[in-house]
Design a protein around this ligand. Structure first.
Ligand SMILES: [Zn+2]
Ligand SMILES: [Zn+2]
Length: 108
């Protein structure tokens, strides 16, 4: 089980049609293992839950680029995805997204 890099809260697995993401129950952040974003893009079903209303907002407490990978505990690098900063682990290629970041990316 992984912990949220923001809240240090246990992430819960959420299985979609053909992939699994780990979701933080507090901040609605999402952890994607390597290859999951690629799989997601190829999925026929729209990832509907990404657009569900957020239960409550919580401000990011860790500055961008200082999050630790929930798997490897190494510092994650910040990449620019369509103008949105995204935290990516240089070791396992996992990706951490705040829910609002994902909305911005999917909004295109
Ligand atoms: Zn969190
Ligand atoms: Zn990692």
């Amino acid at each position: 089980m992984h912990l949220c890099p923001n809240c240090v809260e246990p992430l819960r697995s959420r299985t979609m049609s053909n992939f699994t993401v780990d979701e933080c129950p507090l901040c609605d952040g999402l952890w994607f293992d390597d290859q999951v974003p690629e799989t997601m893009v190829c999925t026929v079903d729209k990832p509907q839950f990404f657009f569900e209303p957020i239960a409550f907002e919580r401000k990011r407490e860790v500055p961008e680029g200082e999050l630790q990978c929930p798997r490897c505990k190494v510092k994650m690098a910040v990449y620019d995805v369509r103008g949105t900063p995204v935290d990516v682990c240089p070791e396992c290629r996992g990706m951490w997204l705040d829910s609002h970041e994902l909305r911005k990316i999917l909004a295109d």
